[in-house]
Design a protein around this ligand. Structure first.
Ligand code: HEC
Ligand code: HEC
Length: 483
């Protein structure tokens, strides 16, 4: 604990001692013959008030002893991850649609010259960005805005930096048909796919009510897949859940600046650290922001607040890709940027950070990212049977029905793998955060499975990043077969 917090808690203890000494201690001291307890016994009402305040005060000491802990408790509910993904009534989220959408996302035949797919610019291996300031599509002409990552979009209301797409379905049509991006009419895409038998089957499964591949089904499948791009649970979430060691002291101090004098939560609020709204943060822009879409010049320099999850993998930053590092971004907020009438009043005024505070803030931002670029899964299970046992009776396959690992504890041997099958109706995830084994299954749709290798013996705990109270204990014994 830092010196500051120690002093702070000592001050509180002193304060409380002043309240209680005249009563409790005085009595005890006189009983033990301690003459130095010179304080006069307090009058009855004072004793009463003091005793009544005891539980409250104790709580106060406990909280005040660690201001970070008190922030955590106070703000926990504000940052808690949701347990379900929202979707529109006319595009029900199903495993078949998500699966099809995942395939289409990487399908270059959706472009004019069969070379560009969504994944060309939104690379799944690079956290759904491409690391460029601006990307290029079929014409090789640089695009006007920076390619954003695609995390946590299911909770948004308006898409693209200026919000001109009202839904993910509507958005998907834009890059498909934009002459500089994929450059192909969606009807032509549907015609190309009809010639590929696997797609005919996959569309029939995902959209049984459609006779043939409809252009809107392409959009619905792409949107369904993107709704499942939920940034995984990170160390920050574990800390929020009550594991004090999940964050370093520097990261905790950074969190305090973030929610405190940084004023960052004015816009980067909620578990995804975005209000999904539009603000002018003082960047030097060409004015092609929200204002042009809704005809409000005051919002010409306003762009959508991005999620701050997975930032470690999504540089460069901002709608124009103008900032190479998170430190550049923090320095921008310190300087305040272009001083114009439309600049958001919610920005911090005169944010003056010491070098250490700046580093702490950046460290905190990085704690919202996975330890390696997160991706999406994975194999689809061929059979629905769960809790398989090996020939000697040990469980090697675990299910996830009813939001529980089933069973909740297994023993295997070093060198063996454990298969987790999502046999639930909801999507899950499997996470192991351990210095010896860092595993992240990514999104585990119903029917999908993850295979986890356990190379070394020891006790491990797996949990679901979406439903963190789903926990599985894995006891890995020494490999008796190895010589
Ligand atoms: C040539 C590069 C490129 C390709 C190909 C591409 N995108 Fe994008 N994507 C971008 C850029 C650039 C933006 C930001 C454009 C803007 O806001 O004006 C963007 C924005 C988005 C957004 C908005 C995210 C948000 O936070 O609002 C979504 C969703 C998206 N793309 C999905 C897709 C899908 C689906 C495909 C394939 C059908 C695709 N993109 C193909 C470059 C690309
Ligand atoms: C007034 C609302 C607001 C406040 C306050 C705010 N931000 Fe932002 N932030 C935004 C918007 C809007 C953008 C995108 C701006 C753009 O690209 O034009 C953004 C972008 C960012 C980005 C880049 C993300 C990316 O993917 O490109 C980071 C990092 C960031 N903010 C961190 C912070 C931190 C740290 C603070 C507190 C010091 C903060 N923000 C305060 C609204 C805000």
């Amino acid at each position: 604990m830092s010196e500051n917090t120690t002093n702070y808690s000592r001050a509180i203890v002193d304060f409380l001692r002043n309240i209680f000494l005249p009563t409790e201690t005085a009595r005890r001291r006189s009983a033990t013959g301690d003459r130095q307890g010179a304080a006069k016994p307090a009058s009855r009402p004072a004793v009463f008030i003091a005793l009544g305040a005891l539980p409250v005060a104790m709580l106060g000491v406990w909280l005040a002893a660690d201001p970070v802990e008190s922030d955590r408790l106070r703000l926990k509910s504000k940052f808690e991850r949701p347990s379900t993904i929202p979707y529109p009534a006319d595009n029900v989220l199903s495993a078949a649609r998500v699966d099809l959408g995942r395939r289409l996302f990487s399908e270059p035949r959706l472009s004019a010259d069969n070379t560009i797919s969504c994944a060309t610019c939104h690379k799944p291996s690079q956290s759904f960005t491409d690391g460029q300031v601006v990307s290029k599509g079929v014409t090789k002409a640089p695009l006007r805005k920076h390619t954003p990552a695609l995390w946590n979009l299911a909770w948004g209301h308006a898409y693209l930096w200026d919000g001109r797409a009202p839904s993910l379905e509507a958005q998907a049509k834009m890059p498909l048909e934009h002459p500089d991006e994929m450059g192909q009419a969606i009807e032509m895409s549907a015609t190309k796919l009809v010639a590929i038998p696997e797609y005919v089957t996959a569309f029939a499964t995902a959209f049984p009510e459609q006779q043939k591949i409809a252009p809107e089904s392409i959009l619905k499948a792409l949107a369904s897949y993107q709704r499942t791009l939920v940034s995984p649970m990170t160390r920050f979430d574990r800390w929020l859940d009550g594991d004090p060691k999940a964050l370093s002291n520097s990261e905790k101090r950074g969190f305090q600046t973030f929610v405190g004098k940084g004023g960052c939560t004015n816009c980067h609020s909620g578990w995804a650290f975005t209000d999904y709204a539009f603000h002018d943060v003082g960047l030097d822009t060409t004015g092609d922001g929200r204002g042009k879409v809704i005809n409000r010049p005051a919002l010409d320099h306003a762009f959508k607040t991005p999620t701050l999850r997975e930032l470690a993998w999504t540089a460069p930053y901002m709608h124009d890709g103008s900032m190479a590092t998170l430190e550049d971004v923090v320095r921008h907020y310190e300087k305040g940027g272009v001083n114009r009438a439309t600049r958001s009043p919610d920005l911090p005024r005169r944010l003056d950070l010491a070098e250490r505070e700046r580093q702490d803030l950046v460290a905190f931002l990085k704690s919202l990212s996975s330890s390696r670029p997160a991706h999406t899964p994975i194999e689809t299970a061929s059979s629905g049977s769960t809790s398989q046992a090996s020939p000697d009776g040990r469980v090697t396959k675990v299910g996830q029905r009813d939001k529980k690992f089933q069973p909740t504890q297994v023993s295997i041997k070093a060198g063996e793998t454990l298969t987790i099958l999502n046999d639930d109706s909801q999507a899950h995830n499997v996470f192991i955060m351990d210095p010896r084994l860092n595993f992240d299954s990514g999104w585990l749709d119903p029917g999908a499975q993850a295979v986890i290798p356990f190379p070394e013996p020891g006790d491990f705990e797996a949990f679901c990043g979406i439903h963190p109270n789903m926990r599985l204990k894995v006891e890995v014994g020494p490999n008796i077969r190895s010589k």
